[in-house]
Design a protein around this ligand. Structure first.
Ligand code: ADP
Ligand code: MG
Length: 464
């Protein structure tokens, strides 16, 4: 029974599984596509998912939900359909997952339900849990939630090891997708993967590139005497589609034209590649800052990387390759398929976990995939809210630093504040700031302690 690797993307999702020879293969959906748009259209009882949803949504945007991954883990977010129904981000994501799994089962002609689902490395605990919940709602047996860049590195490592294991190397995974940006440095030694550092921006993707181009085109239409497209949802969506297409064209050709009709006239706006590069410069610059930061965290100098792997549709923009080569001096590799690598790596990990699980039950001899070892890091610091004895102000006190290898363990000593204090409030946080207002609370508990008339030392240990 095949175990599925699912890349649940912000804009596109991909599913893969190992074939009879143990090679990971992506699985086409019922429309024959490798990339299933992560779009749901609410049409009466049964929702449409994928391209059909995207097409229907172009005509009636109010019943269409996209980019739901930006909201997953936010318990208060709801999408409201024109019919007045409410759905959580987990429920919408589950619809996409269920579609991917149903189509994969049909293609493979197998009742597969075990799956590894990938998430951006910087997803916090709430987002990871919500993603796993979406899998459960979709009827999947979620083997593990795995970081997307780690999965991409596994796919790359598998490709390298096919022709012999090769020297241990350090590689960077630069993933720029539709909604998010993520960069990770991984040490690969045979089938052992050790993540050294990771960072990202969860609101930096192709969608933001489209926005920049839309603003540019809209301004030029107005300059030619036309009306803005940005005060009507339908006109805005049409402009978005045109600009997204123009952006893709500019990855292959030097210039293109966006045409906009306002009911009276047609306006033509020329966009050249240099003009486009200028438009997206601030976004590319932001990814460069994060790349530099992660190299410092991973302890690799310029020239110290064996390769930089491009993952995500937005890395098809030529300026990305130039920037990455300038900053890292690494070979920028296009040999992992930017849209497929994450799902392929997830399929390798799913097969590994599934066979380990069944071996646990039945025993059996070790296979190639048994040797797969993945050591990840925590993308965020973990800490506790404490009160400063000097000022009395609440501070976030970090116990496990970000980028600590997992499983991680940290210990810190605190003191009671009052005489005869009979309980402590333990508030566990995720985030880098010392100000509690800028970190996320993972959970909290009141723990009783024996009262004492002196200050009591309390050691807190966090294991992750
Ligand atoms: P996800 O964020 O869902 O993982 P992908 O990695 O598939 O998504 O990336 C989708 C993004 O890539 C979209 O914003 C899309 O417009 C963009 N994209 C796809 N092909 C190209 C291209 N040739 N040039 C520029 N951007 C592209
Ligand atoms: Mg992606």
């Amino acid at each position: 029974m095949a175990a599925l690797g699912i890349d649940l993307g912000t804009t596109y999702s991909v599913v893969a599984a190992l074939d009879a020879h143990g090679i990971p293969q992506v699985i086409a959906n019922r429309e024959g596509e490798i990339l299933t748009p992560s779009v749901v259209y609410f049409d009466g009882e049964s929702p449409l998912v994928g391209s059909a949803a995207a097409a229907a949504g172009a005509l009636s945007p109010y019943d269409c939900v996209e980019l739901v991954k930006r909201h997953i883990g936010d318990g208060s977010w709801r999408c409201v359909t024109a019919g007045g129904n409410y759905y959580t981000a987990e429920q919408v994501s589950a619809m996409v997952l269920r579609r991917l799994a149903v189509d994969a089962r049909t293609r493979l002609d197998e009742p597969c339900s075990e799956a590894v689902i990938t998430v951006p490395a910087y997803f916090d605990d709430a987002r990871r849990r919500a993603t796993a919940d979406a899998g459960i709602i979709a009827g999947l047996d979620v083997l593990r939630i795995v970081n997307e860049p780690t999965a991409a590195a596994v796919a790359y490592g598998f490709g390298r090891s096919v022709g012999g294991a090769g020297e241990p190397v350090t590689v960077m995974v630069y993933d720029w997708g539709g909604g998010t940006f993520d960069v990770t440095v991984v040490h690969v030694a045979g089938s052992e993967y050790q993540v050294l550092a990771t960072a990202g921006d969860r609101n930096l993707g192709g969608y933001d590139i489209d926005n920049a181009l839309m603003l540019y085109v809209d301004e030029h239409v107005i300059a030619q005497g036309g009306a803005t497209s940005l005060d009507s949802d339908v006109a805005e969506l049409m402009l978005r589609e045109k600009c997204e297409r123009a952006k893709r064209e500019l990855s292959d050709i030097g210039e293109t034209t966006v045409t906009v009709e306002d009911g009276r006239r047609t306006y033509r706006v020329e966009v050249t590649r240099p003009g486009f590069s200028e438009l997206i410069h601030p976004l590319l610059q932001r990814t460069e800052e994060i790349v530099t930061e992660v190299m410092v965290d991973a302890g690799v100098r310029r020239g110290g990387l064996y390769a930089a792997l491009l993952v995500g549709g937005s890395t098809r923009i030529p300026a990305v390759t130039r920037m990455l080569h300038r900053v890292t001096a690494a070979r920028v590799r296009h040999d992992v398929h930017p849209e497929e690598a994450v799902a392929l790596g997830a399929a390798l990990l799913a097969d590994h976990l599934s066979s380990q699980r069944s071996k646990g039950v039945s025993g059996g001899s070790p296979t190639e995939s048994d040797r797969l070892v993945v050591r990840d890091v925590t993308a965020h610091s973990l800490g506790l809210i404490a009160r400063s004895p000097q000022t009395g102000a609440e501070i976030n006190s970090i116990v496990i630093e970000r980028n600590a290898p997992l499983p991680a363990r940290g210990r810190q000593r605190f003191h009671t504040l009052a005489e005869n204090q009979d309980e402590i409030l333990v508030v566990v946080t995720q985030g880098e700031d010392t100000d509690p207002a800028y970190v996320t609370v993972v959970g909290s508990a009141r723990i009783p302690i024996p009262p004492s008339d002196e200050s009591v030392e309390i050691d807190v240990v966090i294991g992750y």
